[in-house]
Design a protein around this ligand. Structure first.
Ligand SMILES: Nc1ncnc2c1ncn2[C@@H]1O[C@H](COP(=O)(O)OP(=O)(O)OP(=O)(O)O)[C@@H](O)[C@H]1O
Ligand SMILES: [Mg+2]
Length: 539
């Protein structure tokens, strides 16, 4: 259980939230939502003790353990996979290490013997003897085969690493589990596994996510950070969203009577409760029926960024030609014999069993890495703008936002640059913020501003919805739909792919599957399914 009292956090003049009084209780999964930059990650950092609040207290009952999903993929490079997981239970791991060091001593004294027996008792109390088998089971459930359990973290693939980090966070059923955007780096299969795991978790879970489907599956409560406050609502994300829409609607009907509004609300809740599937959600909805007060739910204050691309010139007929490209990464063949030509008006969804395939292809055509074989050429009239999957290296500096953006602009006039920052929701003094401290979504908005400055006539986008809040995703989606030129896109956002793209190119170890059709048509086609099995089957 986590108790937050009178909490306030501010950075300089920016007050993220204040007067926060909340309790997070076992058996519940709290989905933390809010616009990019609202303070979700900061709130979790305060709870885990990584930063101190400006005011107020956060209390965990003594003896309760709190576990955090690490975002740093290199933090445990020298540990084995199994130790990385067990070390997630810090105290247990310390005892195990001290014990092993004692037994390894050549001059084992009586005092050592006493110490060792104390440690053994503690170890047994914490079910230490089962720790290894429990950790191994967790890893295997997450698809990390036994052969990899004694391999060092630095020798794992990126996909394996994130699964190990997840196992580390979950190991030993921590009393309190904090997850910040856990689905970002996970493949679909692991996301589904995690959904199932969290839906059945008996302790307290706080999870930040922008993924509506994920939130709906796991959350019993929604914690909304808005208006400089943090408030808890029972029910899943859809319920919160629909009721805040209803609140907006009712706010606009000033002269409607209170009883009428109340009746509307009760009818709305009944409708929602009727299709409650998970038992946890059904009970929390029942409680909600007793407690809900429409006056407490406010329409959201989220804003939409202004995303506009104005190509500096029309593209000629030749856009991009790719011949026989192949690439292996970390010993896995991602694709081979990849050839295609991009035509005018093509908006292409790139697709593959392995998401690393798209990242590698984009890095090749952007000249960042070399293919193992094959070549490509851009048309002379083409100015592509590229949104990379990993933008961390762009923000490892002490520049202010305005100086950061100036790096990418011929025109460094302050008013001109401030125009772009304003459109990306960094008004006024926000321009003087340090790039380094930005939240994940704010960094993405800066990267989008950088692309806008390039006046591109082709957009190459690697997972553009990562980190973005729903409003930014919507704005980006609308812009891409109406963009007149080419879009080359890799995304796990179904709606994005479906509404933007008119051509699908799937990258396989045996060439491409290349179709002019929309994404839904592509993934539901039986013919393509058969073809796909053949292409991935034979290596
Ligand atoms: N050390 C810091 N100094 C100054 N400002 C900071 C610092 N850390 C965070 N901020 C600012 O505080 C705000 C909240 O950041 P935080 O990372 O908590 O947002 P978030 O809600 O997690 O957003 P996202 O959805 O993009 O991840 C942001 O505007 C960020 O720029
Ligand atoms: Mg965040």
């Amino acid at each position: 259980m986590i108790t937050v009292s009178n909490l306030a956090i501010q950075f300089g003049k920016q007050v993220l939230f204040q007067e926060v009084n909340l309790k997070f209780t076992p058996g519940n999964c709290y989905g933390i939502i809010g616009a990019n930059g609202a303070g979700k990650s900061t709130f979790l950092r305060a709870i885990s003790g990584e930063i101190s609040p400006s005011k107020g207290t956060i209390i965990l009952p003594s003896g309760e353990r709190l576990s955090v999903l690490s975002q740093d993929h290199h933090a445990f490079d020298d540990l084995t996979t199994l130790d990385t997981v067990i070390e997630g239970h810090e105290l247990l791991f310390k005892i195990k290490q001290e014990k092993e060091a004692l037994y390894a001593k050549e001059d084992f004294t009586d005092a050592d013997g006493i110490r060792a027996s104390i440690l053994e008792d503690k170890f047994a109390e914490m079910e230490g003897w089962n720790a290894e088998s429990n950790a191994a089971m967790l890893l295997s459930n997450l698809g990390i085969k036994e052969a990899f359990h004694s391999v060092r973290m630095k020798d794992l693939s990126g996909k394996q690493k994130v699964r190990v980090l997840l196992a580390r966070a979950l190991f030993g059923n921590p009393d309190n589990l904090l997850l910040d955007e856990p689905t970002n780096d996970l493949d679909l299969e692991t996301i589904m596994w995690l959904e199932e795991y969290l839906a059945n978790y008996d302790n307290t879970v706080l999870v930040v996510s922008h993924d509506r489907h994920f939130l709906d599956t796991v959350c019993t409560h929604v914690v909304d950070i808005d208006y400089g406050k943090i408030e808890i609502f029972s029910g899943n994300y859809s319920f919160w969203y629909e009721s805040s829409q209803l609140a907006l609607h009712q706010q606009n009907q000033q002269n409607k009577k209170a009883e009428e509004k109340r009746a509307e609300l009760i009818e709305f809740i009944a409708r929602f409760s009727a299709n409650a599937s998970k038992s946890k959600q059904a009970t929390s909805r029942k409680k909600m029926l007793e407690k809900i007060n429409i006056d407490e739910i406010k329409p959201s204050s989220r804003r939409y960024p202004g995303i506009v691309f104005t190509p500096s010139r029309d593209p000629g007929n030749v856009i991009l030609e790719v011949h026989d490209l192949s690439k292996s990464v970390e010993g896995d063949l991602l694709f081979r014999d990849v050839s295609f030509m991009i035509d005018k008006n093509d908006k292409v969804a790139f697709f593959s069993h392995d998401p690393r395939a798209m990242t590698a292809l984009f890095e090749i055509i952007e000249g960042k890495i070399k293919p193992d074989s094959g070549n490509y050429s851009w048309g002379v009239t083409i100015t592509p703008a590229y949104l990379p999957l990993d933008n961390n290296s762009f923000f490892n500096n002490d520049l202010t936002l305005i100086d950061w953006l100036a790096q990418f602009s011929e025109d460094t006039n302050e008013i001109y640059l401030k125009g772009y920052l304003g459109k990306m929701l960094f008004p006024g003094e926000d321009a003087l913020k340090k790039a380094r401290v930005l939240s994940g979504g704010e960094k993405m908005r800066c990267m989008i501003a950088r692309m806008m400055l390039q006046n591109p006539n082709v957009l190459v986008l690697d997972s553009p919805t990562n980190h973005l809040d729903m409003e930014s995703i919507q704005a980006f989606n609308n812009t891409l739909k109406t963009f007149k030129n080419n879009v080359l896109l890799a995304s796990h956002d179904h709606q994005f792919l479906q509404t933007v793209c008119n051509r699908i190119i799937e990258l396989t170890p045996n060439g491409v599957i290349d179709r002019q059709m929309d994404f839904d048509e592509y993934i539901t086609s039986e013919d393509i399914k058969a073809l796909r099995e053949k292409k991935y089957g034979q290596s």
